[in-house]
Design a protein around this ligand. Structure first.
Ligand SMILES: [Zn+2]
Length: 90
């Protein structure tokens, strides 16, 4: 199923990026294109289901919904940013 693969790919990417950081990922921001054919609620539902039982369980998900159908990424769901737990370097 296309959207499930899309979410899995995003989660793989997040885990890959997280493995290079000392802190645990605590927040993720996704950008949802106007033509992605998925509502933010539906995206969240898939995301929450996919992270169950993984190192990302409990991460805070924020979704920016693009309204511009002419945007070059209007059909995509993009990983915009990741937020990591602060680690004091001492
Ligand atoms: Zn679905």
């Amino acid at each position: 199923m296309h959207e499930q693969n899309l979410i899995k790919n995003l989660i793989d990417k997040i885990q890959e990026l997280a493995s290079d950081e000392p802190g645990r990922p605590i927040g993720v921001r996704l950008r949802l294109g106007a033509l992605a054919h998925m509502s933010a609620a539906h995206l969240r539902e898939h995301f929450d289901r996919e992270i169950l039982g993984t190192s990302l369980e409990g991460i805070k998900l924020e979704i920016d919904e693009l309204k511009d159908i002419n945007h070059k990424e209007a059909q995509d769901v993009i990983l915009e940013s990741l937020k990591f737990e602060e680690t004091d370097g001492h």
